[in-house]
Ligand binder design. Structure first.
Ligand code: G3D
Ligand code: MG
Length: 186
């Protein structure tokens, strides 16, 4: 995390999860508020940035969102991928149970191993709009988030934008709070 006297911050965040859980769609929705119907698997690592204002602390923050796709490439660059990373969204697809299991088996493990020990993470159950195909209940999501000590559990739909903005904003707020930033009420 970088901080300067103009109260400008840069935060590196990782979006983690199995292929096709909706990582890129969540980022696209958050960045441009658009949803791409056609799916192009991202190659390697994609980094996008977004500047946000946090009025509560009168600061401008540049978010650097790190997105992976090709798992092999990611294996090669894990150290670099996580260097300086202060937070993560751990994403699973509520319609595929295996993606939920991989959160603890793989993604949380990687984050803990390669990222900062005080890194903050939020558990995300994505594709909330696919109500008829739910394989992972909200209760299971909630209970896993408590078990792994996630800052929060949020269900999202990258397709319709439900809770997407909230997920990123909450992650940022948790990171700032954990790093000792004082929040004042205006
Ligand atoms: P990834 O970056 O994690 O690999 P993508 O995943 O963002 O590329 O999304 C994979 C597929 O899931 C895409 O579908 C995408 O449109 C779809 N998807 C992502 N988020 C949602 C969501 O919230 N709801 C629904 N219904 N679909 C979602 P295709 O069919 O193009 O492969
Ligand atoms: Mg992707």
């Amino acid at each position: 995390m970088v901080y300067n006297k103009n109260r400008e911050w840069a935060l590196k965040l990782a979006i983690l999860g199995d292929p096709a859980v909706g990582k890129t769609s969540l980022i696209d929705k958050y960045i441009t508020n658009s949803f791409k119907e056609s799916y192009t698997p991202t190659l390697g690592v994609n980094i996008v940035s977004k500047d946000i204002r946090i009025d509560e602390i009168n600061s401008k923050i540049r978010l650097l969102l790190w997105d992976i796709a090709g798992q092999d490439k990611y294996e090669l660059t894990r150290q670099n991928f996580f260097q300086g990373c202060v937070g993560a969204l751990l994403v699973y697809d509520i319609t595929r149970y295996s993606t939920f299991e991989q959160i603890t088996i793989k993604w949380l493990e990687d984050f803990k191993k390669f990222s900062r020990p005080d890194g903050v993470y939020i558990l995300i159950g994505n594709k909330l709009d696919l109500k008829d195909s739910i394989k992972v209940s909200s209760e299971e999501g909630k209970s896993l988030s408590q078990k792994i000590d996630a800052a929060e559990f949020i269900e999202t739909s990258a397709k319709y934008g439900e809770n997407v903005e909230e997920a990123f904003k909450k992650l940022v707020l948790y990171i700032l709070k954990k790093s000792g930033v004082k929040f004042e009420r205006n």
